[in-house]
Ligand binder design. Sequence first.
Ligand code: PEP
Length: 253
Amino acid sequence: MRQKIVAGNWKMNKTLEEANILATEVSGMVMDEVKGDVRVILCTPFPYLLSVKNVLGNSSRILVSAQNCSEHESGAYTGEVSASMIKSLGVSYVILGHSERRQYFGEDGKLLAKKIDVALKHGLTPIFCCGEPLSVREANGHEALVKKQIEESLFHLDAASLQKTVIAYEPVWAIGTGKTATSQQAQDMHAVIRKHLASKYGQSVADSLTILYGGSVSAANAKELFSCPDVDGGLVGGASLKSREFTEIVKSI
Ligand code: PEP
């Protein structure tokens, strides 16, 4: 059975006090209302990782993630945060390759391969994001681009390392736009990703990997998206900033 995951990407939002309140509310609702087999992950800004982790306590049902890490181990990289620093807080996940990092910070497949390696080396589970911009989808190049993104950043891994990663398919045109992929579009791309992974690593490895959908997931559309056979949960941005809506999304799985 693949691990079902719903991750909330808070991006660059909230003060420390607001972050603690949101984490407290989500944690309470998830513990009371959500089945035990779903893993919930709160992807907070760096300064709140430890505090939110302390709010959540030691449950394995609800965990914390960073939103990025440096490709470097340590040293003179002012302003950067390393994988080992994140791990030393007791954090277990890190988002890598989010389209906002690709778009605004110029992160490419080669750099992301290095970040994946350093994250895995320090025992963090990467949540690796891939997905196409609108122009690429309109030109029918979405499958080729997503396959290339996966090849560039993940295909150097051996099977055991690949199995320590989570993949998030996030069509760029659906992120923060209120425009969601249809469940058919999501299922089709998730199946393409799984098939591509199977072509290199074999079917049983591909079948064991958790592939999340991200892009304007809401309480209104989560059930339909999560009912697709190859969609194992979601990476949720805007809707993860509201505890009730986020919990409803988690309950939809
Ligand atoms: C995201 O940030 O990964 C995301 C999917 O955002 P939103 O849900 O707001 O589209």
